[in-house]
Unconditional design. Sequence first.
Length: 253
Amino acid sequence: MGTDQDWEKFGRADPYFGVCADPVFRNAAVDPAAREAFFRSGEEHVERVFAIVRDHLAPDFAPRRALDFGCGVGRVAIPLARRVDEAVGVDVSPSMLAEAHRNATAAGVDNLTFVRSDDHLSALHGDFDFIHSFIVFQHIPPHRGEALLQALLARLAGGGIAALHFTYDAKLPPWRHLIQSLRRRIPFAHGIGNLLQRRPWGYPLMQMNVYDPRRLLAQLQEHGCHDVHLRFTKHGAWSGLFLFFRREEIPGL
């Protein structure tokens, strides 16, 4: 798939910026201060996620087996592993996974394994009582992302909790939408755009996609995830939903 190839290019050339598109992280692979800030941001993110779950879904939240979908170089997977018995990070990029493994080893985290993703998540085994993904699905075309969501929900244990993020709207002028469409569909248009931005011709395209919240919520309902809390997110022009939910039947209203 084209987007998988793009993420492998990020994994080889710009893995930390590929995970967190902040210019400060472009040199995180070689700059100790940037690297420290990168992983500190992951630690802070996991702290916030756990606090939200405990405040709104499960005061005694203490997952044992956790999955981070789209783990990249381990920004979230590593601090997540420190809070559970077993953690698994999933990503489409072998280069990202190799860097994540090096990072986990350097951090002394030995209960974290990494597996390569496909559209069926066929490398995963067993269920998870916590599944997490943040700023990942937006880079996956919705027809693939919805299938992956279904595969993730099938891996969520009864009583398990998930925290999954999706972009649902973009306040972009029409010309920006047109340029994004051309760069996705016409290779030379993307190359020209790279040159105009002073990037190499073959620099990968970071796709941004929006999802229909109605379709997402329908999948949650179909899989018995009826206890739902959401937070809105805002990253530049992109508006998102961070969905926190438990797989648990509740009495009808």
